[in-house]
Design a protein around this ligand. Structure first.
Ligand SMILES: [Zn+2]
Length: 218
């Protein structure tokens, strides 16, 4: 049987063979209550970002670094760029709404991630010896990545644009290893250990970083 507690809210997943008695599963879950509660508490104590207004002076993360947002109102095209080492400058039309600014920034993150992904995919596909048919960036609420092993299609969470690149690489490695092994079994873990010996460190870092407000609301 396999028991796991997932961030950010402490969703619990218990996998058991189909032929196992329900009562055995129940007793197993009960015996793990302390362990489950401990993990849920860890996720609850995790820092969370406050709601964003997309105004000057707010903190926004990119590639694991904190930047201050600078909103410039002008009558031209919308534009987002990193200026200097600490600022994300966003030029928008005067009187733009919060939601408009939010979506402009979101699209900027998507564009950045789109540029980051091809070299990382080709690096790790070569390393692992697999080839995905397709990958895409998706705004997901409960997962950092997903892999459809039959279609060999990988989805990468848009939120990863905000996280350190090594964490993004860990998710790519994790999903690519699924092309060798569908489930999270010993073989899967052995492959992760082989290709990315410090994967647990990167996973833990990812799960300890601030969770975006409202993005993980399940
Ligand atoms: Zn997985």
């Amino acid at each position: 049987m396999h028991l796991a507690v997932y961030p950010p809210t402490g969703r619990i997943r218990l996998a058991a063979p189909t032929n196992i008695d329900g009562e055995v599963v129940r007793l197993f879950a009960i015996s793990k209550i302390g362990w489950i509660k401990k993990h849920i508490k860890q996720f609850k104590d995790q820092p969370r970002e406050s709601p964003r207004e997309y105004k000057s002076g707010e903190s926004h993360y990119f590639e694991g670094k904190r930047y201050l947002l600078k909103v410039i109102e002008h009558n031209g095209f919308n534009k987002v760029e990193v200026t200097g080492t600490k600022t994300i400058s966003m030029s928008v039309r005067p009187n733009s709404t919060r939601d408009e600014r939010a979506s402009i920034l979101k699209e900027w993150y998507r564009k950045q991630l789109k540029e980051q992904l091809p070299p990382l995919f080709s690096k790790w596909e070569t390393e692992i010896g697999v080839k995905s048919n397709e990958w895409a960036i998706k705004h997901m609420t409960t997962k950092w990545g997903a892999c459809n092993t039959e279609a060999k299609r990988i989805w990468i969470n848009l939120e990863l644009a905000k996280k350190p690149t090594i964490c993004l690489e860990y998710i790519i490695v994790h999903e690519l290893v699924h092309l060798l092994e569908r489930s999270h079994n010993e073989h899967f873990v052995a492959k992760l250990n082989q290709f990315m010996p410090k994967w647990k460190l990167h996973r833990d870092e990812l799960n300890s970083l601030p969770v975006a407000h409202g993005d993980w609301g399940y």
